[in-house]
Write a protein that binds this ligand. Structure first.
Ligand SMILES: [Zn+2]
Length: 61
């Protein structure tokens, strides 16, 4: 099971959807995980050569 405290140190967790932190391209949702009252949504850069990803945290409400 994933520990989100470890994810915090690996990925930049943001409250709002944004652009790729690496190249600035748009991102596409790839996965979502529910943890307690939060939903973590993974985004992947649409640029295959970039490989950038980010994790968005939302309230589950
Ligand atoms: Zn990118």
């Amino acid at each position: 099971m994933l520990k989100f405290s470890e994810l915090d140190s690996k990925f930049h967790i943001v409250e709002k959807r944004g652009l790729c932190p690496v190249c600035g391209s748009n991102m596409t949702q790839t996965d979502r995980l529910k943890e307690g009252n939060n939903v973590f949504i993974w985004y992947k850069c649409i640029n295959d050569e970039c490989g950038g990803q980010r994790l968005q945290k939302q309230s589950a409400r």
